[in-house]
Design a protein around this ligand. Structure first.
Ligand SMILES: [Zn+2]
Length: 404
């Protein structure tokens, strides 16, 4: 049995002063002793805040070898173009995946929602001490949706006995309605969470409203989609595919195609509005979802900030993601929280830590073991050091030490 004390203990939802965390020899939480002012033998004291291991709700481990390869602040379309153009020229994918996994372990991350296009990262994930939920990402921009869906299903069938898996849609702007509906059907059968990049740029909303706009032009102007037939095109020289044009924002459109019994992780949401949130609440009251924010990735790609205040005001479940090393310089949840604190000084440290622990666990459906110091759970223990205790804020110098 270990008894851990610090200035504060964050239990998953609140900061506790004068508390002691009791852990059994298997690393399971035994209890939290409150108002424990008496010193007992064998107690360990730490300078800082003890909190449960972090949940990184959005990463792409398989893109780790893109670290420092893509220029910053060019916008989403340029970013995607760069990813595609570097695909065959970069090497060292496997080594970079292993390094990234170790980096997350060191930074106190205990569970990850990880996007995969293929099985390159699967061995590392299976062997890691981190709990990974893998989302096999499908997109049918340039493929037939039936082929792409079959590819995903095969990968799913090969691995779903040995690791937590989902099929998932990459984004509203790269997936047809038919593909999203096929995934919905599969998710309903297997009851897994879904993850979708949502409203990362305004061009995505334009595309769904009007079948035009910057993102649409960039994607379709130079490319004739392989699956496009003459009846699917406008007949113009650009052979555009008008499968969008729903007259509403992307979220207000495709959310109605999603399963009602799966937890949905909406990723990014930098261009999600109050009207979009009202739409979900009014029209899909049974939809279970989390808004995952990846502030450092948004800053890297487009110099943007996700509207965290809007999501918290609406009492949404908000979780934190690092996104991949293609659009981030590191995989470190504390620095994501610091970036959010810089943008939203009114958001409390308690709220930020709740997003990084309890809410992330809820998003991935792993709250039975992770995200909180509660009896019987094995959430890991992190020590946050160099906190500004006078103002209860993180500092640029705040560091993380993984204790357990
Ligand atoms: Zn992503």
């Amino acid at each position: 049995m270990r008894k851990l004390k610090a200035q504060y203990i964050f239990d998953g939802v609140q900061l506790l002063k004068l508390a002691t965390l009791v852990i059994n020899k298997n690393g399971k939480i035994e209890t939290i002793l409150h108002n424990n002012t008496t010193e007992t033998a064998g107690e360990e004291f730490f300078n800082g805040i003890l909190c449960p291991g972090f949940v990184n709700a959005h990463c792409h481990l398989e893109l780790s070898h893109y670290r420092n390869q893509i220029p910053q602040h060019t916008g989403l379309s340029e970013f995607v173009k760069n990813i595609v153009s570097l695909r065959n020229s970069l090497s060292g994918a496997m080594e970079a995946i292993q390094v990234a996994d170790l980096e997350m372990q060191r930074n106190g991350i205990v569970a990850v929602g990880d996007i995969s296009n293929n099985d390159t990262s699967f061995v590392t994930k299976q062997q890691s001490s981190i709990h990974y939920h893998t989302f096999i990402e499908l997109l049918d921009l340039f493929n037939k949706n039936s082929q792409e869906f079959e590819r995903g299903k095969q990968l799913f069938s090969s691995y779903f006995h040995s690791m937590p898996l989902s099929l998932t849609a990459h984004s509203p702007y790269t997936c047809s309605r038919k593909l999203i509906e096929r995934i919905t059907e599969h998710a309903t059968e297997y009851e897994y969470p879904l993850s979708i990049h949502n409203q990362e740029c305004e061009g995505e909303n334009e595309m769904y409203r009007t079948n035009s706009g910057t993102l649409y032009e960039q994607i379709f102007a130079d490319n004739t989609p392989a699956g496009a037939t003459s009846s699917q095109t406008t007949g113009s020289a650009n052979a555009k595919r008008p499968f969008f044009k729903y007259g509403k924002t992307s979220l207000q459109t495709y959310s109605t195609w999603l399963p009602q019994n799966s937890h949905i992780l909406f990723i990014h949401n930098t261009h999600t509005s109050q009207a979009d949130i009202d739409f979900l609440k009014r029209n899909l009251p049974n939809l279970q979802y989390t808004f995952v924010v990846c502030p450092k990735s948004n800053a890297y790609i487009a110099g943007e900030v996700p509207p965290l205040d809007l999501f918290l005001k609406n009492k949404l479940n908000v979780a934190i993601g690092t996104d991949s090393l293609a659009s981030n310089t590191e995989l470190n949840i504390v620095n994501e929280l610091f970036a959010l604190q810089q943008a939203f000084s009114e958001v409390s440290l308690e709220q930020l830590l709740t997003c990084a622990t309890h809410n992330g666990a809820r998003a991935l459906g792993i709250q039975r073991n992770f995200g909180a110091f509660e009896k019987g759970k094995t959430p890991g223990v992190n020590l946050l050091e160099h906190i500004d205790f006078a103002n209860m804020k993180l500092q640029r110098t705040t560091t993380i030490q993984k204790l357990l």
